[in-house]
Structure formats: structure tokens, C-alpha cells
Design a protein around this ligand. Structure first.
Ligand code: GLN
Length: 294
């Protein structure tokens, strides 16, 4: 027999109780019904006597089984929101994080309004950063790279859904050639920065479902991607150009030192809303001056 919405919400709470708190389980139930019926939370509560038909029941039941296996809800529903924009996700891309929204906010505040800036997003994944920037900075020309063709396909679909023009290219930032050096006003990257040693501390919903190529870096060289991107940015940024990174909270000072070594100026670290050192901004070095920075 098909359950009502209310019965199913109760079932989710009960069956997920060893994985999620009652509040989280309620939130997950709502995301499922929002996806199915477009309901707000209030609408879900007002309509909780609605009976689910066969296909709806099958959908919610399957979603519940996947949640029990700790799969992120965003992969189950195939979509999420980033910066208020719809973003499709699948196992080839990371689920966009709220702290990355804060990085985008910082970039938008740092670009003079109405200026036709050239922007590059390195390791774009779902395309969330590039798409939010293209949307919020309509005069910007946005280019985005990723090593994974599957990720680029997802990012291109997301750009289409959000009606923005972005030039996507498959590139390995560790193997760039001189022809890749083009002038940019802003270069941004959220590269892999989680050390292999941190694996055992990671929740299973991240570890078992998110693409490791986007997350992990070897313990012996955790700044590998930051070094490659800083070197590229040093060559490619225009005068007054800016480099932005999302970083591992344990590596604020080492990233700052690395950037100073490439001559970057005004290097600024920022915490995310959870109080973790999570973002860096730096200005293009003046040519011929590699004396370090502040
Ligand atoms: N912030 C992500 C996490 O905590 C990691 C993203 C990355 O490696 N760039 O899982």
C-alpha cells in the first residue's frame, strides 16, 4: 500500500536515525519532495496527507535505500543549488560546497563592476564557480578547464541550463604548454587539496561517492596543484590581475609563503563561515620583482 507523505517522512526519520539526526532526516525528506513536487517546506507540511502514487513511491523508496548507504542526497537527486543557481551533479564532479560560494562572493566583490574581465577557472568540476561568475559578472569572458572530460560534459550542461557562455577546455594543469598562456584578469581554482592521510577522517558520504581525482593530493607534496597554478598565474595574469584559491584549512601559511615566493603581492587569507582558513587572494607580481611580498 502506498504511504502518505507524512508516513514516508516518519519512515525516513526512523530508518535513517543511525546515520542522520531527526532534523537532518527531515531536511532530506523535504529535498526529496521538493524535487518531486516543487514544494517548499511549508507546502510539504500542508500537503502531508497526499498519497504517493506507484512511481513516486518507488522513487522515494529508492532514494531512502541510497541514503542508508550514505550516498549524498545531491547525487541521488542529480542536482543541487550553488549561489542560488541550479547545478546538475553526478559522480564525476564534487558536490558544490557552501564555502566555495564564499570564495565566489569574494571574487565578485574584487572585480570592478561593468569591467570586461577575462576569467579562468582551473579544475572547474561541475562548473559551479565559472557559472556563478559568468552569471554575476555579465561583462566577463569566462574560460574553464578540467582534466576530466566527464566533468566538462556536466559543466557544459550546467552552463546551458544557466544560460551562460563559457569556453570549456580539457587541460591537465600539471602539463600545460606555452600556448596555454593567455592573459587573464582573474584566475581561480579549487584544486585537489585533501591529503591521503586525511582519508580516514573523512565521512563515508565524501570518501565513497565523490571523485578522488578532484579531492586528493599525495602526502609528500600537498601543494602540488597550488605550485603549478601559481606558476601559470605568474605568467598568465595581466597587470593588476588577481589569483584566488580555495585551500585546505591546514595550509594557509604554506600557501601564502608559496605565493610570496612567486612574487605575488597583497596576499590575503580568509576564513569561511565555519571559522576555517579556507581562501586566499593574491595580486599579480610586478615583473622583475621576485623579492617576496608583505
Ligand atoms: N572542500 C572539499 C572537502 O572538504 C575538498 C575540495 C577539494 O579538495 N578541493 O571535501
Amino acid at each position: 500500500m502506498q504511504p502518505t507523505v507524512k508516513e514516508f517522512v516518519q519512515k525516513i526519520r526512523k530508518e535513517l536515525s543511525d546515520v542522520y539526526s531527526p532534523h537532518e532526516a527531515f531536511q532530506l525528506a523535504w529535498l526529496i519532495f521538493e524535487h518531486l513536487f516543487g514544494w517548499s517546506k511549508t507546502e510539504m507540511m500542508l500537503n502531508d496527507h497526499t498519497k504517493l502514487n506507484d512511481s513516486e513511491h518507488l522513487f522515494v523508496q529508492k532514494a531512502l535505500e541510497r541514503l542508508k548507504n550514505h550516498e549524498p542526497i545531491q547525487y541521488i537527486l542529480g542536482e543541487t543549488e550553488f549561489f542560488g543557481l541550479p547545478i546538475k551533479v553526478n559522480s564525476s564532479v564534487l558536490v558544490p560546497r557552501p564555502e566555495t560560494e564564499e570564495l565566489v562572493e569574494w571574487i565578485i566583490q574584487s572585480v570592478p563592476p561593468g569591467k570586461p574581465v577575462d576569467v579562468l577557472d582551473i579544475g572547474t568540476g561541475s562548473g559551479c564557480i565559472a557559472i556563478a561568475l559568468a552569471k554575476m559578472l555579465p561583462t566577463a569572458g569566462v574560460r574553464a578547464w578540467d582534466i576530466s572530460q566527464e566533468a566538462l560534459n556536466t559543466a557544459a550542461e550546467n552552463a546551458h541550463i544557466n544560460e551562460v557562455d563559457i569556453c570549456f577546455e580539457q587541460k591537465d594543469v600539471l602539463n600545460l604548454s606555452s600556448s596555454d598562456v593567455k592573459p587573464f584578469d582573474v584566475i581561480v581554482s579549487n584544486p585537489p587539496y585533501v591529503r591521503e592521510a586525511e582519508k580516514e577522517l573523512m565521512p563515508s558520504n565524501v570518501l565513497n561517492y565523490e571523485p578522488h581525482v578532484a579531492l586528493f593530493v599525495s602526502d609528500s607534496d600537498p601543494l602540488l596543484f597550488f605550485r603549478a597554478i601559481a606558476e601559470y598565474a605568474e605568467a598568465a595574469l595581466k597587470e593588476n590581475g588577481k589569483l584566488f584559491f580555495e585551500i585546505n584549512r591546514d595550509f594557509g601559511e604554506p600557501v601564502k609563503k608559496l605565493l610570496a615566493g612567486y612574487g605575488f603581492k597583497n596576499i590575503e587569507l580568509r576564513e569561511d563561515l565555519s571559522g576555517n582558513c579556507r581562501m586566499v587572494k593574491a595580486d599579480k607580481p610586478v615583473r622583475g620583482n621576485h623579492e617576496g611580498s608583505d
